[in-house]
Write a new protein. Structure first.
Length: 271
C-alpha cells in the first residue's frame, strides 16, 4: 500500500484514508463522500481488527459481506481498498501496543478493557501503511475520535484527523453495522437512545445546565424501555472524556446488542 501512496504523493496528489471494519452502511459512505470532496485520492481500509475485540465480544459473528462492500466502494469511486489479513497486520511475534493514557480510562475504555489499545495500535499501523494527508472518523464513536486525535498529536503523525457527523435513520437511531443484530421489537426500543439525547438537548436549550439533572433525564427516558438496559450515560468533555462536559454519551444493551451514541447537548438534535 505504501508504494502506491508514495507514487500518488510524488504526483502531488493528496490522499484521504477512511478506516472501516466493513459491513458498510450510509454512515461509512458519508465518510467516503467527505474524503472524496477533500482529497485527490481516497483509500478505504477494511479490516476487522481482532485486537480491539474483548474475549466475550462479537468478533466471530461481526457482520461480513465483502461482495456488497466492494460494490458500494466501486460505486463511490474509491481509488483503492486496503484489506490486509490479520496475519499480515499482526505477524507472529508482533508485540507492540499503542496505549493512549487518560482519555481511554472511562466509559468505553472501562466497559471494554484494552479496546482502545487495539484501536490505537491498528490506527497507527493503518496511518503508517497508507500515509494519508487526512484520515476520516465518525462522531458516532466519540471516544475513539478523542483517542485518535490525542494519538495523532502525541506521536506527531502529521495527519489531519477529520470528524464526520453521525448519520442516523429517519427515527434517529445512529447507523451501525451492529444494528443488523436487532430483532423487530428491539429495533423499535433502540429508538429510545437517540430520543434520550434529543430530550437532553431540548432540556439544555430550555435552560437546564446541571449535568447531574441532564444525566438523570437521559437515564429516566431509557428506563422506560423494558428491552433497553442502560450501561452508562454521562456528560463529558469531548476532548478529555472527563466529567463534566456537554457531550452526552450513552451505552446501552438492547437485548444482547450493545449500542453507543452521543450528542453535544449545546446543539439542536438533528432531524
Ligand atoms: P466501523 O466500521 O464501525 O469501525 O466504523 C468505521 C468508521 O465509520 C468509524 O470512524 C465510525 O465512527 C464511522 N461510523 C460508523 N457509524 C457511523 C454513523 N452512523 N455515522 C457516521 N460515521 C459512522
Amino acid at each position: 500500500m505504501l508504494g502506491a501512496s508514495r507514487r500518488w504523493r510524488a504526483e502531488g496528489r493528496s490522499i484521504g484514508l477512511v478506516p472501516t471494519m466493513g459491513a458498510l452502511h450510509a454512515g461509512h459512505m458519508r465518510l467516503v463522500e467527505t474524503a472524496r470532496g477533500e482529497n485527490d485520492v481516497v483509500v478505504v481500509s477494511l479490516f476487522i481488527n481482532p485486537m480491539q475485540f474483548g474475549p466475550n465480544e462479537d468478533l466471530d459473528r461481526y457482520p461480513r459481506d465483502w461482495d456488497r462492500d466492494a460494490k458500494m466502494l466501486q460505486e463511490a469511486e474509491v481509488d483503492a481498498v486496503y484489506r490486509p489479513t490479520a496475519a499480515e497486520m499482526y505477524p507472529p511475534g508482533a508485540s507492540t501496543r499503542v496505549h493512549v493514557r487518560g482519555v481511554t480510562d472511562g466509559l468505553e475504555g472501562a466497559a471494554r478493557p484494552r479496546h482502545f489499545e487495539g484501536v490505537a495500535t491498528v490506527v497507527t499501523k493503518l496511518l503508517a501503511a497508507v500515509a494519508p494527508d487526512r484520515a476520516y472518523f465518525g462522531q458516532k464513536d466519540a471516544q475513539q475520535v478523542a483517542v485518535v486525535n490525542r494519538l495523532a498529536r502525541d506521536l506527531d503523525l502529521g495527519v489531519e484527523i477529520r470528524v464526520v457527523p453521525t448519520v442516523r435513520e429517519p427515527d434517529g437511531l445512529a447507523l451501525s453495522s451492529r444494528n443488523v443484530y436487532l430483532g423487530p421489537e428491539e429495533r423499535k426500543a433502540a429508538r429510545s437512545i437517540s430520543a434520550a439525547l434529543r430530550e437532553a438537548a431540548a432540556a439544555y436549550s430550555s435552560g437546564e445546565r446541571d449535568p447531574v439533572r441532564l444525566r438523570a433525564r437521559i437515564a429516566a427516558r431509557l428506563t422506560l424501555e423494558p428491552l433497553v438496559h442502560l450501561e452508562y450515560a454521562e456528560l463529558v468533555d469531548p476532548a478529555t472524556f472527563q466529567k463534566p462536559g456537554t457531550l452526552a454519551v450513552i451505552a446501552a444493551r438492547v437485548g444482547k446488542t450493545r449500542l453507543i451514541d452521543n450528542h453535544d447537548v449545546t446543539k439542536p438534535f438533528p432531524g
